[in-house]
Design a protein around this ligand. Sequence first.
Ligand SMILES: Nc1ncnc2c1ncn2[C@@H]1O[C@H](COP(=O)(O)OP(=O)(O)O)[C@@H](O)[C@H]1O
Ligand SMILES: [Mg+2]
Length: 282
Amino acid sequence: MTSDPTPVPTTGGNPDRPLRILALANQKGGVGKTTTAINLGTALAAIGESVLVIDLDPQGNASTGLGIDRRQRKVSTYHVLAGEASLGQACIPTAVPRLMVAPSTMDLLGLELEMASAPDRAHRLRNVLKGVGETGATAGVTYVLIDCPPSLNLLTINALAASDAVLVPLQCEFFALEGLSQLLRTVEQVRGALNSRLTIQGIVLTMFDPRNNLSAQVVADVRSFMGEKVYETMIPRNVRVSEAPSHGKPVLLYDLKCAGSQAYLRLASEIIQREGRLPVAA
Ligand SMILES: Nc1ncnc2c1ncn2[C@@H]1O[C@H](COP(=O)(O)OP(=O)(O)O)[C@@H](O)[C@H]1O
Ligand SMILES: [Mg+2]
């Protein structure tokens, strides 16, 4: 990791609602990163924030889940990170008001190799995020959520180097804590070498099943290990949440009343409350 102490002026365009850049990271696959990017993004937009989801996973599940089909992804995060397009050019509006996505394609798989010897390889995303929220397609954006791939690779390092904070989705399963220490160590390293303002935003427990004793035990362990960093709100395992992406919709549009949608709305409120932001007047 090359050091770069230059602070990034990412204040956004609105002094009352400073821009927040959050990376959704966990090197384990299938823990709910993408589901949280889509649905937390939607919930934040529903309560008045203006949100940009950046899809940094070559799988492109966040893009698909937000209803962006492959043909629409002419300009993707690959082009943005390769320096071939601006972030604004990649932004596509979604069916949710105030929610945009910068989609990804499989091209991202090759980027790591292409960037390997570039001196700015860890700061590509940070550099393209300069001025986000201020002008052009991203004007007015108040939250950027970065959906990371299931690996601590250069794409995830780019996300951590560009973010104010990390939000860690943790699945309520037996091996939940395994891997968390490694992620926390990586966050420490990035803070030391690449991004001194990086903090842990919080840990969100996902796929919680109240009927399962093991789920409850995992919750107790994670709360005693990570304390206040764990959100009160837990996302329950809910079939509507898993059905929604096949309809290209966030669960809040697919079934607003279901337990999963309601949990993501509570999580969004809890996050803005913890940040000391006042709710946007309706
Ligand atoms: N709360 C939930 N209830 C039921 N299924 C869920 C829930 N959250 C995620 N899933 C499902 O679990 C799988 C993995 O979730 P995903 O968000 O893609 O994880 P990741 O991005 O960490 O790999 C997906 O099939 C998703 O639909
Ligand atoms: Mg994912």
